[in-house]
Design a protein around this ligand. Structure first.
Ligand SMILES: Cc1cc2nc3c(=O)[nH]c(=O)nc-3n(C[C@H](O)[C@H](O)[C@H](O)COP(=O)(O)OP(=O)(O)OC[C@H]3O[C@@H](n4cnc5c(N)ncnc54)[C@H](O)[C@@H]3O)c2cc1C
Length: 418
């Protein structure tokens, strides 16, 4: 249920393991309509729970296994797209996270040290001489990140899955499910295995209404910029970028030299409502453009040629999960917060192993079988989610004002997977 990357990678991997399977994908709009077709194109090692938080909850070995699986998945997405003939502009140029204050610089040093403690030597600490963002003391560079054109990936994958023999029923709305059957607005589908892959949209289905919270992230894309501008910004092809602020921002250099840039900060809507009009908030678009100019004063005037947004899915404990019950045949994957581009591929391979009853390294990862608590009913959900967004903005302001690590951010960190 759901023809985003979770549903489609799962279908792809199932048919790779057993081409004789009959796989049907049910999609309310068109394949790739959701977050999978609209994201920032960071194919990264990021998992919503930090390695330290995973260690606290599941132990060191499990946390390290998860981290290794995420690093491998970055390459896996590129290899799978290449093998399937999908041209999605995959280029593994790494990601640069600028440290733009003393506090961010200390956090950057701490992050690299901590990664080394986990045996991850790939992270590099770049000095001020290597970066071109305003006020940057330096940056953390992680080579394990690829730039991707998300819509090209998900639409390409839909075609591949159809060629493998799956049927994708678009314009078909799932209304509910039980072991062996899925009820839609166009009839009932019977199946031995039923996989939920609705991510943020699960909040609009009664059965999963409180299991996920849809949080909007919005993006803009500029006109194509000259190579000289990119050189002045210090961003090479294939690279993605961000900085150390708490209210997440993310950018990439697209294959045709645009900046595709996004951020969170759009408010949560009462009752977890999801509407097309929420994809566009002029105030947030204007803020994104101002942020770009603030980050790179060397930029020329920017023309915003595209602007859009969409809901990502947040579980109550910010812990993504994969689940499958062999007795009922019911399974699911999701809760990636903003880190689903690569993680959906790991979910698809894991679900395919679980459904075909394989016991593999993947099926033993700590996110398998994890169950997040439900979100509170309204009005608590509305108050909590919007207070969280305000808190992150306040934490950035507090750090700017005091020059020290934010107390607000420290208080929030266990709630958001750190
Ligand atoms: C603006 C934005 C930027 C992002 N940037 C990044 C990034 O740079 N890197 C990263 O890793 N992650 C990013 N993410 C998150 C990432 O895109 C998602 O985690 C990932 O795409 C989730 O994939 P999915 O298949 O689980 O869900 P989705 O892609 O949301 O797919 C769910 C599908 O279910 C369909 N559906 C909904 N309701 C029903 C129903 N009742 N019946 C049938 N079908 C239904 C939807 O139409 C949709 O196609 C971003 C998300 C957004 C919104």
């Amino acid at each position: 249920m759901g023809a985003g990357l979770t549903g489609l990678w799962t279908a792809h991997e199932l048919l790779k393991r057993d081409p004789g399977l009959r796989v049907t994908v049910l999609e309310k709009r068109i394949a790739g309509f959701g977050a999978s077709g609209r994201n920032g194109g960071w194919c990264s090692t990021l998992f919503p729970q930090s390695t330290a938080a995973l260690e606290k909850r599941h132990g060191r070995d499990a946390a390290l296994a998860m981290r290794r699986a995420m690093v491998a998945t970055v390459d896996e997405v590129g290899a799978a797209a290449r093998a399937a003939g999908i041209d999605c502009h995959y280029e593994r140029g790494g990601t640069i996270v600028f440290a733009r204050s003393e506090t961010q610089w200390r956090a950057a040093q701490h992050e690299v040290e901590r990664a080394r403690g986990y045996g991850v030597d790939a992270l590099e600490l770049w000095g001020a001489d290597r970066v071109r963002a305003r006020d940057a003391r330096g940056a953390v560079y992680d080579p394990a990140c690829a730039r991707v054109h998300p819509a090209a990936l998900v639409r390409g994958l839909a075609r591949v899955v159809e060629r493998q023999g799956a049927t994708i029923h678009e314009q078909t709305t799932v209304q509910g499910w039980q072991p062996g059957a899925v009820r839609t607005d166009r009839g009932t589908v019977r199946a031995r295995h039923v996989i939920t892959a609705l991510e943020g949209y699960g909040a609009a289905v009664p059965q999963t209404k409180r299991r996920i919270l849809p949080l909007y992230s919005l993006m803009v894309a500029t006109q194509p910029l000259d190579d000289a501008v990119w050189e002045a910004m210090g961003i090479a092809h294939g690279q993605t970028f961000s900085d150390g602020r708490h209210l997440v921002i993310y950018g990439q250099r697209t294959a045709d030299n645009r900046i595709a840039f996004g951020g969170r900060g759009a408010r949560y809507h009462w009752g977890s409502a999801i509407r097309d009009e929420y994809d566009r908030v002029e105030r947030v678009f204007a803020h994104l453009v101002a942020t770009l100019h603030e980050l790179f004063p060397q930029l020329p005037p920017l023309e915003i040629e595209h602007a859009w947004g969409g809901p990502l899915g947040v579980p109550r404990d910010w812990h993504a999960s994969v689940a499958y019950d062999p007795v009922t045949g019911l399974g699911s994957a999701g809760g990636y917060v903003g880190d689903g581009l690569s993680t959906t591929n790991l979910a698809g391979r894991t679900l395919a192993d679980l459904v075909t009853r394989r016991d593999t390294e993947l099926t033993r990862l700590p996110w398998v079988g994890h169950r997040s608590p439900s979100w509170e009913p309204e009005p608590l959900r509305f108050l909590g989610a919007n207070a969280g967004l305000v808190a992150m903005t306040a934490a950035d302001a507090e750090e700017r004002a005091t020059g020290r690590g934010s107390i607000i951010a420290r208080a929030m960190s266990p709630l958001i997977g750190h």
